[in-house]
Design a protein around this ligand. Structure first.
Ligand code: NAD
Length: 272
């Protein structure tokens, strides 16, 4: 009863704000506080830098020495501690980027339970724990905001030998949809970004192989490997898009558009 009433008041309040022209089509990020997990390197680091350019105060939750506060996202006590530290030392975050992630590839029958728990634990359970902590603080304070979960095109495709990673990222995409729906009435937008192959530590080893790199380039419509900065642009853009929630945005240079079938047809047509 109480929550139904407060939801109606929320809708009414935002309706009045809209009539008064206060509602913006793009969220102003300036002076907001963001939690970015895994912001020490790669996509998280670039997202942190891009948000700081917008005037955001970013708190890096990571397991590295460069973190503002140590946080193992797979560990509930660690996430609760990071949240308490952030509230005490910085304030209530209203923006979140979950970039902490790991990948491990192996044939399915050789995938160990340890590898499954490690990858799914950080990528999926970690996103759940962190989003719950930040949303909890925002709802308690009555603040609106925006979450961006870093998923992967592997959460949409079905590449062999990537089961734990692909399943964890598909779960993250679904989490963005359910939370986008559930937290929408609170003014919290939740979206997922699915990057394609991006030049970071995670892909450094395979991309060091010239043949693999060329294959990645050839199988991407824009014919380039992504950079953390390109993905970070999408993170900031998504943060600002005031009318978009529960969506997965593919930041992949068109990697999901290119199919082996189409390439084979091109070869066939050329031979005619
Ligand atoms: N690089 C790619 O091609 C690519 C493509 C699609 C999606 N992604 C996703 O992007 C995200 C960022 O990866 P990246 O490519 O920048 O790799 P990265 O290895 O450079 O960054 C990963 C970050 O996560 C942190 N981290 C690892 N375990 C953690 C834990 N338990 N708790 C907190 N932090 C932890 C690391 O310290 C690091 O800062 C990941 O979720 C990854 O799955 C990457």
């Amino acid at each position: 009863m109480h929550s139904a009433l407060s939801m109606r008041l929320d809708v009414l309040r935002r309706g009045i704000a809209q009539i008064n022209g206060e509602m913006r089509t793009r969220m102003d990020l300036n002076s907001r506080i963001a939690v970015v997990t895994g912001a020490t390197t790669g996509i998280g680091q670039a997202s942190k830098a891009a948000l700081e350019k917008e005037g955001v105060r970013v708190v890096n939750w990571d397991i590295t020495d460069q973190a503002d506060v140590y946080c193992d996202v797979a560990d509930e006590a660690s996430v609760i501690h990071a949240m308490e530290w952030t509230l005490a030392h910085v304030g209530t975050p209203t923006l979140l980027v979950t970039s902490a992630g790991v990948s491990h590839q192996a044939p399915f029958v050789e995938t160990t339970l340890e590898s499954w728990d490690h990858v799914v634990g950080i990528n999926l359970r970690g996103t759940f724990l962190v989003a719950r902590a930040v949303a909890g603080a925002m709802v308690a304070a009555g603040l609106d905001g925006s979450f961006v979960f870093i998923a992967s095109i592997n959460g949409i495709l079905a590449d062999p030998q990537t089961l734990n990673y692909s399943v964890s990222k598909a779960g993250v995409i679904q989490m963005a949809k359910v939370l986008g729906n559930e937290l929408g009435p609170k003014g919290i937008r939740v979206n997922a970004i699915a990057p394609g192959p991006t030049e970071t530590a995670m892909l450094a080893r395979p991309l060091a192989d010239d043949a693999y790199r060329q294959m990645v380039i050839d199988s991407t419509a824009l014919r380039e490997v992504g950079t953390p900065q390109l993905v970070a642009e999408v993170v900031v853009g998504t943060m600002k898009m005031g009318w978009v929630t529960g969506q997965v945005i593919l930041a992949d240079g068109g990697a999901t558009l290119v199919t082996a079938r189409a390439a084979a047809r091109t070869v066939l047509n050329a031979a005619r």
